[in-house]
Design a protein around this ligand. Sequence first.
Ligand SMILES: Cc1cc2nc3c(=O)[nH]c(=O)nc-3n(C[C@H](O)[C@H](O)[C@H](O)COP(=O)(O)OP(=O)(O)OC[C@H]3O[C@@H](n4cnc5c(N)ncnc54)[C@H](O)[C@@H]3O)c2cc1C
Length: 312
Amino acid sequence: MCYETELTFSPTANKKKLAVIGAGPAGLSFAMYAADRGHDVHLFDQANEIGGQFNYAKQIPGKEEFYETLRYFKHQLTRANVTIHLNTLANTETLKDGNFNEVILATGIKPRSLTIEGHDHPKVLGYLDVLRDHMEVGKRVAVIGAGGIGFDVAEYLVEDADLSENKDKWLNHWGIDKSYTAGGALKEKELTPTTREVFLLQRKTTKVGKGLGKTTGWILRQSLKLHNVQMINGVSYEKIDDKGLHVVINDKPKLLEVDNVIVCAGQEPFTPLKAPLEEAGFTVHIIGGADVAAELDAKRAIRQGAELAAKI
Ligand SMILES: Cc1cc2nc3c(=O)[nH]c(=O)nc-3n(C[C@H](O)[C@H](O)[C@H](O)COP(=O)(O)OP(=O)(O)OC[C@H]3O[C@@H](n4cnc5c(N)ncnc54)[C@H](O)[C@@H]3O)c2cc1C
């Protein structure tokens, strides 16, 4: 909105055959706009559905709206005649006989892993193990990294899955009196108690959750507080063993006796195809998390896809 004179999608006079690798928000946005301009767009994803990380984000209580974003894109791709290749790992081999003029890499990110002693202990899970592979998580959990994804994982672990889909439950949860009889329409909160004990940890000494969105961060912090999630800053991670996670907090060694440690320690751009594709002679553009990995940045990814589609 409000860029109607700067960001325009005029029909192309130079139709190209384009391969888009990755059907996350960046690839979806590029594919839709480029096809609308008249290009012949082929969208590849190794997964069996479009959406990339939005398929993990949509499972977080309160983020169900992403189902709608994906429904929107699914419909738009069909309308715009994008050819979709799911369950297809794209590489130079896959693309070599396709006569593609250019390739758009929208391959997303790779989660950063830990390097401390015990990083490969069976207790240690990545956030994809939890949100993508639905591996079992124990009752006592430490989440390493309190960025947007760390907060979301903690919320996923403690919150009732259907809270935001069940209006009365949601109103009771937040203590909203829909009969308007109590002062300020507020009443005692009624929580569904969690059976988990969660520690949300960060290395930085700033307030946990300081970097969250200004208008929504307080909700996330409040929500975790209601479930007694312990948010701790200034944590140094020492090692992980059968006993749990060994940390130092304010110069004091401490053992967190947890069943699982879930790593949400940031992300790096995932671009292993860039060099081989360029060596094979393809012109390559990089968009979304594959360009800049910044955790919760779908808006940027979608915009970058749209901007490239407007000028390719
Ligand atoms: C739990 C969670 C919550 C989030 N919440 C928010 C939020 O509230 N707001 C927000 O703005 N952002 C949020 N995000 C971040 C958002 O999902 C990302 O910013 C966005 O998905 C990045 O889009 P992308 O298209 O660059 O990459 P991705 O979504 O990572 O998509 C990359 C795709 O490329 C595919 N791929 C990679 N290599 C190949 C290959 N060789 N062949 C075929 N396919 C390949 C992958 O399968 C994947 O589908 C959240 C993320 C997570 C994990």
